[in-house]
Ligand binder design. Sequence first.
Ligand code: G6P
Length: 486
Amino acid sequence: MAGQGTSSSSSSTGYDLVVVANRLPVDFAVDDDGNVDWKRSPGGLVTALEPVMREADGAWVGWSGAPDLAHEPFEADGMLLVPVTLSADEIERYYEGFSNDTLWPLYHDVIAPPTYHRQWWDAYRRVNQRFAEAAAAQAARGAVVWVHDYQLQLVPRMLRELRPDLRIGFFDHIPFPPVELFQQLPWRKNIVEGLLGADLIGFQRGGDASNFVRAVRRLTDHPTRGSVVSMGSDDPNPGRRVRAAAFPISIDTQHFDELARKPEIQARAKEIRADLGDPEVVMLGVDRLDYTKGIRHRIKAYGELLQDGRIEAASTTLIQVASPSRENVGAYQELREHVEVLVGRVNGEYGELGHSAIHYLHHSYPPDEMAALYLAADVMLVTSLRDGMNLVAKEYIAARSDLGGVLVLSEFTGAADQLAPGPILVNPHDIDGMKNKIVEAAQMGAKEKRRRMRNLRRKVMGDDVAKWSESFLGVLKAVPARDSYV
Ligand code: G6P
């Protein structure tokens, strides 16, 4: 996709559907002459929203991922992409700071201690205002605007102030914490009021939606009835009602299913196993290198199983893909050190020439290679300490039309709420318990594997990400259009 885009004819009247997310669904590169070139990045969200965006005349507002990059809105793949510029200082305070060193750990059960900095909060507010203004500038009268994730929780309210004619939805991709933790946040009320600017607030699990409603009750005076909050007379749409509900996200299931059925991908899966020395059991972990994912707990359990002699490095291999993430944030740097020391120790102790106990890969891979890895893995280990949903678990299931493979899944994922009883559920804090479950998975007979996988596929295959977006947008579009317009 070339960088020299133009705005479409819709720009005079605006767009009927505007998506607002921290990141644009593109990767960009600057060539030697300073020209910007954009390439589509194949994220789950863009796959889900692309067909709806095309049909609805859609615009996507987001950050390019680079500092100080200013670029005019441009057409790509049937939608308008609207870059929001962030300075290096804003990346540090809004993105690395408030989003990923305050909100992220707070919303994930304070697994790492959240940092509260007033300057980070100021930057968060300022950047949210910029996103709200960019969205307001693109939306047609009465348009639907769908705001995504914890980086942009103030946008719904800011946008409603600017454009009370809009129907505004918000989806929280990560957990919403219990109010007992959420109330640590010095700006807790601002965040709740920010979200209440939306007409519909979607969460991954019913538990997240009820945590939010409890926070509304505890921190504001807005009356609530079940999961519906009534706004007062000072709202830009006085008496407006806000609904909070669960809309568990999924993946493009058909795409993964089709990928994994391709002969070349199946051949690649065999090649991966052969490269590993054709072990009896291949286990796999695939995560962003994030402390919420329980990677250390998993490797600790694995190392102890080797030590106890319950598994043998000669016949069992663990592949751990850990894709680089948020590398300027201290907690992520520490995690990388810990994980790499741990992997080194296990490999030093139990590896042999030509035989690593753990194959640790600090890279990210395209979907083709991921599908081959899923096919190559007898046991998939998802051991998050807290996870909004966990899409890797769903990708693994979608790739296994051969009904092989066992999913070991943490109880602390949104996926566990949806998929139980098919996976082997684990509590990653209980290392002994997890060790037993890993051995159970490794030794499971083919018949039981098939039974479980068939069950899991029944749940996952009919429930893809297109359905997710349709159901959210269906509810949002049912909000009556408003006459007021500023
Ligand atoms: C999680 C968040 C997303 C985020 C992604 C990658 O899935 O819910 O909003 O985009 O992690 O993190 P990054 O900080 O690289 O955008």
